[in-house]
Write a protein that binds this ligand. Structure first.
Ligand code: FE2
Ligand code: FE2
Length: 300
C-alpha cells in the first residue's frame, strides 16, 4: 500500500510549477500535425474529463483544491490593487528571466528544463516557424509573471488554468467540485451566468483568477502589439480558448484575438525538442530583441 506523501509546504503542493503544465498537456493532447487549434471545440466526453481528473497526482489535485478555494472575487481584487501598482522593483526583461531562474523547486535537474530554458524553447520554436519578432518576444516573456512565486505568492496564486471570478463557474473548469470550498459559491449574486458583469462586456472588464498571466500583461502591455498582449494575458485561460466557455462575456475584439491566443498556445504546450537550448549562445539575439521593444528597466 502506498501512502500519499505529505507536501513539505501545504500551500505549495506541486514539486515544481511544471507539474501543472504537464497536467494541462494530458488534458489537451497535441492535435494531429498541421491541424489548427483554431475553431476546434474539443469533443471530449464527460468520462474522458473524469479520467484526467482520476489520474491526476495527489499534488495536482491538492493544488487545484487550494486554487479553487482561494481564488475569490475579494482575493483577486486585493492582489490586483497590490501588485498592479508595479512598485516592487525595477528590472529589465533579461534580468527578470535570470531572477525567475533562481526559483528553486523539487524538479529533476536531469530531465526538467529550467524556467529560462522553457521560455527559450518556446520562443525559438516560434522563431523557427518564421513568425514576427513581437511573437518571438511574446514567447520569451510569457511566463515571467511567475516571479510572483519569488515575491512569496503560493503556487495556486501563480499558475493554474484561469477563470472569471464574480460569476458562475463553468462546469468545464477542471475539478469543478472544489469550488464548493470557495466562499463566493455561497453568494447567489456571484453565481449567475453574468454575476457582476454585463453581457458582451469584453474580457478587459472581466476579473480572472489571479496569476502570472495578468501580472506579466500589466508589466509589459505598453510596449507590445495587442496580439501579444492577448497571448500573455490569456494563455492560461483554457476555459475560454480551449473549452469555448464564457462567450457571453466576450466582445468582438476578444473573438478576433482568439486565434492568436490559440496560435500561441500550441507553442507553449507542445514545444518539446531534444536537449536544452543554449542560453549563452542565444543571449545576444534576445538582448537585441528585448531592446527593440522595451526600455532598459521595467516596473514590476
Ligand atoms: Fe504560463
Ligand atoms: Fe509557459
Amino acid at each position: 500500500m502506498t501512502i500519499p506523501s505529505q507536501p513539505k509546504d501545504p500551500q505549495n503542493p506541486l514539486g515544481d510549477l511544471e507539474e501543472w503544465d504537464d497536467f494541462v498537456k494530458e488534458r489537451y493532447p497535441k492535435p494531429a500535425e498541421k491541424e489548427s487549434l483554431v475553431g476546434t471545440n474539443p469533443e471530449k466526453t464527460e468520462d474522458q474529463f473524469r479520467n484526467y481528473e482520476a489520474e491526476a497526482r495527489d499534488s495536482v489535485r491538492e493544488f487545484y483544491r487550494l486554487n479553487h478555494r482561494g481564488q475569490t472575487l475579494d482575493f483577486v481584487r486585493k492582489k490586483r490593487s497590490d501588485y498592479l501598482q508595479l512598485n516592487r522593483r525595477e528590472m529589465g526583461i533579461w534580468e527578470a528571466a535570470e531572477f525567475l531562474n533562481t526559483l528553486v523547486d523539487d524538479s529533476d535537474p536531469d530531465t526538467d528544463l529550467s524556467q529560462l530554458e522553457h521560455l527559450l524553447q518556446t520562443s525559438e520554436q516560434i522563431r523557427k516557424d518564421g513568425h514576427p519578432r513581437w511573437f518571438i518576444l511574446a514567447g520569451f516573456i510569457h511566463d515571467l509573471g511567475k516571479v510572483l512565486c519569488l515575491f512569496g505568492e503560493p503556487q495556486w496564486a501563480v499558475v493554474g488554468d484561469t477563470f472569471p471570478v464574480g460569476c458562475a463557474y463553468s462546469e468545464k473548469i477542471v475539478f469543478p467540485e472544489y469550488f464548493d470550498g470557495n466562499p463566493d459559491n455561497q453568494n447567489n449574486d456571484l453565481q449567475t451566468a453574468l454575476g457582476i458583469y454585463e453581457e458582451g462586456c469584453g474580457l478587459d472588464n472581466v476579473l480572472l483568477s489571479w496569476g502570472h498571466d495578468e501580472y506579466i500583461y500589466h508589466v509589459t502591455k505598453d510596449y507590445l502589439p495587442i496580439e501579444a498582449q492577448y497571448m500573455l494575458r490569456y494563455h492560461s485561460f483554457y476555459p475560454w480558448h480551449r473549452e469555448k466557455e464564457y462567450t457571453h462575456l466576450t466582445n468582438a475584439q476578444d473573438e478576433e484575438m482568439l486565434s492568436w491566443v490559440l496560435e500561441f498556445n500550441r507553442y507553449d504546450l507542445y514545444t518539446k525538442s531534444h536537449g536544452a537550448p543554449d542560453v549563452v549562445q542565444l543571449r545576444s539575439f534576445y538582448e537585441e530583441l528585448i531592446a527593440e521593444f522595451f526600455p532598459a528597466k521595467l516596473r514590476w
